[in-house]
Design a binder for this molecule. Sequence first.
Ligand code: SAH
Ligand code: SF4
Ligand code: F3S
Length: 458
Amino acid sequence: MSQAPKTLHIKTFGCQMNVYDSDRMSGLLEVQGYRLEKDIRNADVVLINTCSIRDKSEHKVLSLLGELRPLKQKNPKKVFGITGCVGQRMGRTLLQRVPHLDLVMGPDAIDRVGQLVGSVLNEGKRVLDVGFDTDRKRTYSQPSVIPRAKPSEFLTIMKGCDHFCTYCIVPFTRGREKSRPIAEVIQDVEHLVEKGTKEVTFLGQNINTYGKGTPETLAQLIEAADRVAGLERIRYVTSHPRDLGDDLIAQFGSVSKLCPALHLPFQSGSDSVLKGMSRLYTQQQYLEKIEKLKRACPEIAISTDVIVGFPGETDADFKETLKVLAQVEFSLVFMFKYSPRPGTRAFAMGDEVPESVKDERLHQAQVLVHQILDRQNKNLIGTKTHVLIEALDKKAKHFSGRNPQGKIVHVFNAGSACIGKTIEVEITEANGSNLRGYYVGALRAERNQPFVSATSFS
Ligand code: SAH
Ligand code: SF4
Ligand code: F3S
């Protein structure tokens, strides 16, 4: 009798790149015969794909590992692996500290996951693989692994970051910048589209410098993707204000499939804090980029990241951050309290801002952003927008997707046939975090029917 297939559960923390890496690992393992298992308790192999960006992110992983220990005691054959950035950063220490861990691997080992899990299962070994690519080439290749495709998909086009912002762990966990060739990326886009994808988001930690050290550029890749038949929308993250060149800015006004949305982290409004962070731009230079973007594409939505409480940040510095938040009116803001990361330059700076001050600043920034978003979203009531429907939320009984600006919209009267389609939606309700509306096509079809009012929401 043939053996039952091994079951696999992957838990993902961190950024979109980790989401993509998890899909890739499950694709690679599924090809080898593994079957996905939703319940972590029943899976033969459990992989936890981790994030190191803040201290809290690492704590979450370590406490989860503690919680999972009884499962290993009950079934010693169960395989536990740590993948991703915590694996890369802690490596052997993690294997030493956590006896029930069988495998620790970094992001560069993803394509070897089958072989690594196999060594644990078949040879009973504890396995460590945290090497970066040792060659100094600026390109790398990643064979296509597309087990299934959703209407909107992430696609990693490069790895690493050469910036070394002083607070950031990413250059240490993901290594130096290397890009995949345009031809290979476009092939993946075509495969995704064949399987039903309509929107692709290209991923890179410092994506504007895609193609560094090669003759290829991000602008060229966007143009090539724009020509892929059947693809409707293109997005990319994450841009760096210094590296976002005029060619890329101009494309927001000229490339029809490129969505009018850009994530452009500014981190701080204070020039002295920006200098301490080694961000390589000033507040004025950042605001000039925003102006240029709006000139190229007046309907563009800009989202951003902010760090409060960087070492040495004074009240006056923080006020500059609030000033930028008020002036730019971002479409979305991710706000973080500075978290010292061992090995980074900022870690050694000292001059820590007290936790209570960080909390207070975070709160102030959140209140301001919420007010702005509430006003911005309420202004959209009565307008129409196009939403690519991604999924049905069975519990909340609505469909959800994003409009071109990247805002999430909940749609009430769409049918399952809308999943994967772009439909016109009239916004009927809004608050600081949410947009709700009705499918205009159906409204027309049902115009003799009484209008179903949306339930109120907080
Ligand atoms: N490559 C992207 C994303 C980096 S991580 C970029 O350059 O923007 C995502 C966000 O986490 C960063 O933009 C920053 O706001 C935040 N972040 C990074 N390191 C941090 C740290 N040590 N403490 C708090 N927030 C941090
Ligand atoms: Fe980190 Fe800066 Fe690189 Fe972004 S650009 S990944 S913040 S080092
Ligand atoms: Fe986290 Fe690594 Fe992404 S540290 S944010 S998972 S690159």
